[in-house]
Design a protein around this ligand. Structure first.
Ligand code: ADP
Ligand code: ZN
Ligand code: ZN
Length: 803
């Protein structure tokens, strides 16, 4: 077994297959599938993943593996099979699938180094000098010495070698721990042999006399003993104490103490819901449950008790929550039930912190992982349950390759482990609810809220009426009255500014000219603070014009409402109100999100004003009013899910009010009060919404009636982009069944990004066995090759972003 099949980290169509390498003798016992290695590839050294170890290769001349990167496999067989499946279902490269499963810290960064291989033979004196002190120097060192060309000659002559070193392996953090192997008596004796003036050493020994078996960090030890590091060093040299580097995990929640909570006795309704889950656990069978229940109906408690059962059986659990609701409150609920068994993975962690949490899982030090989308790849080997909270959230779909949906991955893994999946939501996705209706998923319903509070009253305000009545403010009269009332009573308000797909743009009031990005066909977003306009797609920035470039009118200004503007207006209208603003600008710094929420929960503000990110996870007793400033901004996006998204957001934010003793109220401001998604969100009637929306989807041949696949083609030359898309579309039509709808070629809703013109072809199908092969051959034929070298083709199966 001296040959390894390796998938190299060169993501192209041509290299998306295993290459064989010889395993050097010295590592023959060590190399296993699932390990990363450095291998020569062409003229470079690259990282690769060993997928197989074998005896024979059909290639006569094999290069050898340069060096192993791991001593234990980082991917087990199940994950490698899962990667195969991802490759097939999302049409991604194998190496992209592997990388998606590993923490970012393990993605290779190469450092180029020169190593002397035959020092005596180095011809160039200066180069020889350089290698005298060190056998290896970095590229930069060679560059600094001005010797790169001379070194290059040596490399050609074979006296020096260029090697690529993988830089960060996610540097482990260690602390210096001190201990002793002596007993208390032996320590006393050792102390008595020290010189009389060695009091600082004696004090160090005293610390261990009380706890001889324990280890203590050097820092703490020196503090406790009021001693010095030279005294410590002396004792280590004498063999009385010893030191050890202990790995510490950078646990971001380490500071918090978690008071242990016990399971609640379940209500009848909860018991009914949990029992089929427990049954599936007992019988070790795979089943997907859709746990449908309004906010506050006790879904999380069901998750917790199911996990309890899983842990009792010695198995592991994965819990996915949307990034945005991975708040300290949420983490707290899991940590206070399961303590240190819980690892947390979310994007707020540094690369190193994530790597630590991931290694805890790999080393089986954690049994439960709570995390955002990518936590679905947690390297557990005995999964007992997978839970996806807020299953309708679109953030479970990854928008870059591999374009996977965490729900599909969850079900795939659960099938492997014969375990249940719970999808939980108050507003399930249409796809999932339809599957539950058909019996593909097992529907579990929680109808009542735990506190038996009615859902809050929702008032829908027609903003057109406000305008007619002469009110030009951002706030309707009703919302403003209620706001004032809450501030007077000392109760709290959440104000949501729904800005997705509708940011502040600059428009001329005289001629209607809208300032657009010169590289992308999209309007620039106005940033009040810097008086700049920025493009969200390519990063282009420019100063906002003071006169219209089209007609010269000075009445050119920004439109749309930003959170800053609302804050300013609040300052004018309700100067006594204390406001916390939460948006991308105020939460950019790490931990800012948590800090702002804590301030609000401690009652340090009357109003929490923010974008989507405040809609979820908040559970504060004092919130009695929720205001949605503009409900319909999302409705007009070119996306067949826009009604669904609007309904979900409004329902969710309404759920923030009155979760506790105080009754809550919700005011929704809109310009389209008659739209069913707004009306039915007002009545909190998911089932009616589902029926209405299903009709629309059926009429439009959209999911869940049809599956979708989107092919996006882009090129600098619009003619090339259009003609290639045309060819592709024809080819697709010729290959697929006539029941399948193939739309295109059309310009994408955003026709140009970063000076690349974008065309697309949309495929709607029910059953299409040829789809995957067809799309794959398109990728093989066109992507980045020959005359198509500047062409980019992206295939998204089950797309969520239609632009
Ligand atoms: P959801 O996840 O559906 O929003 P939660 O599980 O958070 O609902 O439950 C809402 C509240 O009710 C929480 O404060 C929770 O601690 C509490 N709760 C849940 N189940 C029970 C129970 N069986 N008995 C008492 N309190 C419960
Ligand atoms: Zn103008
Ligand atoms: Zn741009």
């Amino acid at each position: 077994m001296n040959i390894a099949s390796v998938i190299v980290d060169v993501p192209t169509m041509q290299t998306d297959r295993p290459f064989d390498y010889l395993i050097p003798e010295k590592w023959s016992q060590m190399i296993q599938p699932g390990m990363r290695v450095i291998v020569p590839f062409g003229s470079r050294n690259v990282q690769g993943y060993v997928v197989k170890v074998k005896d024979h290769s059909s290639f006569p001349q094999l290069k050898a593996i340069r060096e192993p990167m791991d001593v234990v496999p980082v991917l087990n067989q199940e994950l490698m099979d899962l990667a195969d499946w991802l490759t097939k279902t999302t049409l991604c490269f194998k190496v992209s699938a592997y990388q998606a499963m590993l923490p970012a810290a393990m993605k290779a960064k190469y450092e180029k180094r020169f190593a002397a291989v035959n020092e005596e033979k180095i011809a160039d004196e200066k180069v020889a000098e350089l290698f005298k002190k060190k056998k290896e120097i970095t590229w930069e060192e060679g560059e600094k010495a001005g010797l790169l060309t001379s070194i290059q000659k040596e490399v050609k002559a074979g006296t020096v070698e260029l090697i690529y070193k993988v830089k960060s392996k996610g540097n482990k953090k260690t602390v210096r721990m001190i201990g002793t192997r002596l007993s208390a008596e032996e320590l006393s004796e050792a102390a008595s042999r020290l010189k009389g003036n060695a009091v600082k050493q004696k004090r160090l020994i005293d610390v261990f006399k009380q706890h001889p078996g324990e280890m203590i960090s050097a820092k703490e030890l020196l503090e406790n003993a009021n001693s010095t590091s030279s005294s410590l060093q002396a004792l280590i040299q004498k063999g009385i104490l010893y030191e050890e580097q202990k790995e510490v995990y950078r646990d971001p929640y380490a500071q918090t103490d978690f008071e242990k909570t016990s399971p609640f006795p379940l209500t009848d309704e909860q018991r009914k819901a949990i029992s089929p889950i427990i049954e599936a656990l007992e019988e070790e069978k795979h089943e997907t449950f859709l746990l449908y229940g309004v906010t506050g109906s006790g879904k999380t408690e069901i998750y917790l008790q199911s996990i309890q059962k899983v842990l009792e059986k010695g198995k592991e659990a994965i819990v996915l929550v949307p990034e945005i609701s991975l708040t300290p409150q949420m983490v707290h609920r899991f940590k206070s039930r399961f303590g240190d068994d819980v690892a947390v993975l979310h994007s707020g962690l540094s690369i190193g912190e994530k790597y630590d949490e991931w290694r805890k899982i790999l080393k089986k030090e954690a049994k439960v992982v709570v995390g955002a989308r990518s936590a679905i790849f947690a390297p557990f080997e005995n999964i007992g349950i997978i839970i996806i909270d807020e299953e309708h959230e679109t953030s479970y779909k990854q928008e870059e390759t591999p374009r996977y949906h965490a729900r599909d991955v969850a079900i795939k893994r659960a099938q492997h482990f014969n375990c249940p999946v719970i999808l939980g939501s108050a507003t399930p996705s249409l796809e999932s609810f339809a599957r539950a209706q058909k019996g593909v998923y097992h529907l579990l319903t929680l109808k009542n809220r735990m506190n038996h509070r009615d859902l809050p009253e929702v008032e829908i305000v027609d903003m057109r009426e406000e305008l007619r009545a002469g009110n030009r403010s951002i706030f309707s009269r009703s919302l403003f009255e209620k706001l004032k009332d809450r501030v007077e009573k000392g109760e709290q308000t959440v104000l949501l500014l729904n800005r997705r797909g509708h940011s502040s743009f600059v428009m001329c009031r005289d001629c209607g000219y809208v300032v657009q990005c010169p590289h992308c066909d999209i309007s620039l977003t106005y940033h009040h603070f810097s008086n700049e306009m920025k493009c969200h797609y390519c990063g282009y920035e420019t100063i906002a014009p003071s006169v219209c470039p089209e007609c010269g009118s000075p009445y050119i200004r920004y439109f749309g409402t930003g959170t800053q503007k609302v804050e300013e207006e609040l300052g004018k209208l309700l100067p006594e109100a204390r406001v916390i603003r939460m948006d991308v600008d105020t939460t950019r710094k790490k931990g800012a999100h948590e800090t702002l929420l804590r301030q609000f929960s401690e009652g340090k503000a009357d109003i929490l004003l923010g974008t989507q990110m405040i809609a979820k996870g908040l559970d504060f007793p004092n919130i009695t009013l929720v205001g949605v400033l503009s409900a319909d901004t999302m409705l007009h996006l070119p996306d067949f899910r826009s009604s669904e998204k609007t309904f979900q957001l409004l329902t969710q934010v309404s759920g923030r009010a009155g979760r506790h003793e105080l009754q809550g109220e919700v005011v929704v401001q809109t310009y389209t009060p008659e739209h069913y998604s707004i009306q039915l969100a007002g009545q909190q009637n998911f089932e009616r919404f589902y029926q209405r929306e299903m009709i629309m989807r059926k009429l439009g041949s959209y999911p869940p009636f049809y599956y979708l696949a989107l092919v996006n083609v882009s090129h600098e030359d619009p003619l090339v982009a259009a003609s290639v898309t045309e060819k592709i579309t024809k080819f697709i039509r010729s290959r697929l069944s006539n029941k399948t709808v193939v739309l295109g070629p059309t310009a994408s809703p955003i026709p140009r990004i970063n000076n690349r013109y974008r065309y697309q072809c949309l495929i709607k199908y029910k059953h299409e066995p040829m789809l995957s092969d067809t799309l794959k051959s398109i990728l093989e034929q066109y992507n980045g090759q020959g005359s198509y070298s500047h062409l980019q083709i992206a295939v998204d199966i089950n797309p969520f972003v239609m632009m």
